[in-house]
Design a protein around this ligand. Structure first.
Ligand code: HMG
Ligand code: MG
Length: 293
């Protein structure tokens, strides 16, 4: 079975300027749930000064419909307190393989962030015994400020996150530059079981699905994606376009994987959000399906 981690409500919206109402975010999540997505990253308990669009996380969380497993980004103990007070059981901490990126994204070096996250994860484990933690490594291939990243550097950050107690590491091609040979090169130096790795590709240059296929061929079974290809990172210029869940679900379905996703409902789920943001749909699988409605 291949896991799809839907990150649209978080990664898809965090970078968008037009404020979206909390009601429309809750509606978006409900539509994703109805379409069959079982793991959804819905928001971030980060500083609202840094990411204003997700400043309503505390109001959104209690509005989520029962069904999927929900997760949220937590950058520090302030964020952890907010999340735990709401009963959040799945959190994600987020660092990178480049100091230049983490300094812009979370105002810390990679090493400082790992020390801070060790505290966050340990506090979370003490408070939520059945909790689950993901660790992101952004700029796993290349940093928008410092250039190409050595696979060995990324692998070290992955190992550090696993050692500090995360359940899974998601490897972010933050600016969407990676190609299949680079995926294989990075995978070849990872010293972690396949089951503890997820891949988070951005489709900035149209290589995301090819990268998914490369990772699938190596035996990896977890991928992040965003309905309608919404998204990007506020501290990664040019990082528009997460891999669209619509494209990922199509590929997996045609390969005989049971995704549990109703692709038409999925194609329609992101439409109100895209419209509110003034963005036309860009996922090819989504457009093809909508054209045949
Ligand atoms: P800072 O300014 O260094 O922190 O930010 P601070 O401790 O000095 O706090 C500044 C103010 O924020 C204070 O308020 C704090 O109370 C408040 P003031 O006293 O000025 O009124 N504050 C908070 N408020 C609410 N919740 C909190 C919180 N923390 C502090 N949790 C900080 C450091 C980490 C907080 C900040 O940099 C931050 O929030 N960054 C988040 C950036 C972000 O969300 N980036 C996008 C996610 S990463 C990504 O997209 C990549 C990924 O998709 C994978 C990939 O594609 O590569 C995951
Ligand atoms: Mg991302």
């Amino acid at each position: 079975m291949v896991r799809i981690v839907e990150v649209g409500p978080r990664d898809g919206l965090q970078n968008e300027k037009p404020p979206l109402s909390t009601d429309s975010k809750a509606e978006f999540v409900a539509r994703l749930s109805d379409a069959g997505l079982r793991e959804i990253e819905v928001t971030s308990f980060v500083s609202p000064k840094w990411v204003p669009q997700l400043g309503d996380a505390d109001r959104l969380w209690p509005m989520l419909p029962a069904g999927p497993e929900y997760s949220a980004l937590v950058p520090n103990t302030t964020g952890l307190q907010r999340a735990v007070a709401l009963g959040v059981k799945r959190i994600a901490v987020f660092t990178a393989a480049s100091d230049a990126f983490t300094l812009k994204n979370i105002n810390m070096t990679v090493s400082d962030s790992l020390a801070a996250f060790a505290e966050v994860v340990s506090a979370f484990r003490g408070l939520v015994t059945d909790g689950w933690v993901r660790g992101y490594v952004s700029t796993a291939f290349e940093c928008p400020y410092a250039g190409p990243v050595d696979p060995g550097t990324t692998s070290q950050v992955v190992a550090h996150l696993i050692a500090l107690g995360v359940d899974e590491v998601s490897l972010g091609d933050t600016i969407g530059v990676a190609t299949p040979p680079e995926v294989r090169r990075l995978a070849s130096v990872l010293d972690v079981p396949y089951s503890r790795i997820a891949w988070h590709f951005h489709d900035t240059r149209g290589t995301a699905l090819a990268n998914v296929q490369a990772a699938l061929d190596l035996g990896y079974r977890a991928f992040d994606s965003s309905a309608g290809g919404l998204g990007g990172c506020p501290y990664a210029p040019g990082a528009g376009g997460n891999l669209a869940t619509d494209d990922l679900a199509y590929l997996l379905e045609r390969e005989g994987e049971v995704t549990g996703i109703d692709r038409l409902k999925l194609a329609e789920a992101s439409l109100p959000v895209l419209e509110a943001l003034g963005r036309p749909p860009s996922s090819k699988a989504q457009l093809a399906l909508l054209a045949c409605r």
